[in-house]
Design a protein around this ligand. Structure first.
Ligand code: PHE
Length: 465
């Protein structure tokens, strides 16, 4: 045991761990999904609900996973079994999720790369043309090419290991990301636009829509929708229920303060989400008013390039740094997914990191190509139980986010709350005599509140609620 612990990779410092875990948490979810949900759900009110849930529900799930990882010193596939020998099946579930997510995350990473290179080649204005996005994703070779490029970058970082790969790159990319987000968020406040009807809207007005709670027309049903949206978003945003935080927790040194590190990850993730809203909502509001804000998934790839274009030459520059930033966010998230499956292979089969990384990268790549072809050769429309219609990418996303992840989260709560008891994780959190301030809240959350909320998320995902 002793030698195994020593051989295991580890983050060299708490800062390294926090930046890597925040790198995983801060991703496309923070940048396009959070602002879009906030806009749809009446700005300030959504923010308030989100914050409360982050400090309670999100916190309990996140700290549980990090503690399971550090306690067992194992990756997801084998960690649950070590907590309770009958619960090994949960490890298999949480291996399957990143295996489903990684291929399509690389495809979206590829789309971001395409936009980044377009801006780099001063082709930003082309991205504004109607049909640019659809034309690109339905093309046969281009999406595959950019997916390969993105996947190679992820592979290199994971191949290099925890300290020389993930930690080193997170320490470089995350601070740059923060600087860019803050810069664009402040710039957005000073945007002003007059439309063809002569109506002038400013970024500051957009920021007010974003921050000030709007209780107008609020019904119980609407309030429940807000809670549900915030819960689902939080869950995805913190990268929980897919083994990632278990893998990263297993690389955390025993003498570090786990509770504090988890607080820092949460502050990072929520802070970037808030800033991303500040960066996007005022700009989109200024150009297309409240209607434009509900553009949903197309917001980032279709609406934003239009905003950048109308800012003239400087807009091209903003567009470039925006997509560089999104690329960094997507890269550090994708790396964490690949790491979760790679480390599982290493622990389960005692394979070397190199062998595991090569095999995982190659097998997921085959799925990535199928996802790309889902927009041309294998195109079909499938109606999903939650009401949306989608292609292969959406099906993988639906299966993992709406079905498997809530199930894993729910079962993890049952395992820690009722079977192994909260003491299992609390002992790990207070290993060095740390004061666990939210201990009682944690127990209530993990035993009662979180499982109920997760069950509701699951029912909603299945279209039952
Ligand atoms: N947490 C990431 C985000 O907010 C999403 C993610 C999903 C990351 C799956 C890793 C794995 O975008």
């Amino acid at each position: 045991m002793e030698t195994q612990t020593k051989q295991r990779n580890s983050f060299t410092s708490s800062v390294g761990f926090v930046l890597a875990a925040a790198g995983s948490a801060v991703g496309l979810g923070n940048i396009w999904r959070f602002p879009y949900l906030a806009a749809k759900d009446g700005g300030g009110l959504f923010l308030l609900v989100y914050l409360v849930l982050a400090l309670t529900f999100g916190f309990a799930l996140l700290i549980t996973e990090v503690a399971i990882g550090r306690k067992t010193q194992e990756s997801p596939l084998t960690a649950y079994k070590k907590i309770n020998s009958k619960w090994g099946f949960l490890g298999i579930f949480s291996f399957v999720v990143p295996f489903l997510i990684y291929p399509y995350y690389c495809v979206i990473g590829g789309w971001v790369m395409k936009y980044m290179f377009s801006y780099l080649a001063f082709q930003g204005q082309v991205a504004v043309e109607d049909g640019f996005f659809t034309g690109f994703i339905t093309a046969q070779w281009q999406p595959i090419f950019y997916t390969v490029l993105f996947a190679i970058l992820c592979f290199i970082i994971v191949y290099k290991g925890v300290e020389h790969g993930i930690e080193r790159y997170s320490k470089i990319l995350m601070p740059i990301l923060v600087v860019i987000v803050i810069f664009i968020a402040f710039y957005a406040l000073f945007i002003s636009h007059t439309d063809e009807n002569g109506v002038t809207r400013t970024g500051l007005q957009g920021a007010a829509v974003y921050f000030i709670p709007n209780f107008e027309g609020l019904t119980v049903k609407k309030f429940l929708t807000i809670i549900l949206d915030a819960m689902g978003q939080l869950f995805y945003s913190l990268s929980i229920a897919m083994g990632i935080m278990i893998a990263y927790g297993s690389y955390m040194k025993k003498d570090e303060n786990l509770n504090k590190a988890v607080n820092h990850i949460e502050i990072f993730d929520t802070g970037i989400a808030l800033l991303a809203g500040m960066m996007i909502i005022p700009a989109v509001f200024a150009f297309s008013g409240k209607d434009g804000m509900s553009a949903g998934p197309g917001l980032m790839f279709i609406t934003l390039p239009k905003v950048f274009n109308s800012l003239g030459k400087f807009g091209d520059f903003i567009g470039l740094i925006f997509f560089v930033m999104v690329m960094f966010a997507a890269l550090t998230s994708a790396v964490s997914i690949l790491e979760a499956i790679t480390s599982s292979m290493m622990d389960k089969f005692k394979w070397s990191r190199r062998r595991s990384a090569v095999i995982m990268a190659c097998s997921t790549f085959v799925v990535s190509v199928i996802v790309c072809l889902g927009y041309n050769v294998f195109y079909f429309d499938l109606k999903l139980p939650n009401g949306s219609v989608g292609q292969i990418l959406d099906i993988l996303d639906y299966l993992s986010n709406n079905i498997l992840m809530p199930i894993i989260g729910l079962l993890t709560c049952i395992l820690i709350g009722w079977v192994a008891k909260p003491k299992t994780t609390i002992d790990e959190i207070t290993l060095n005599g740390e004061n666990f301030v939210r201990k009682n809240l944690y127990i209530v959350m993990i035993k009662f509140v979180a499982p109920v909320l997760l069950f509701i998320i699951l029912l909603t995902g299945m279209g039952i609620l």
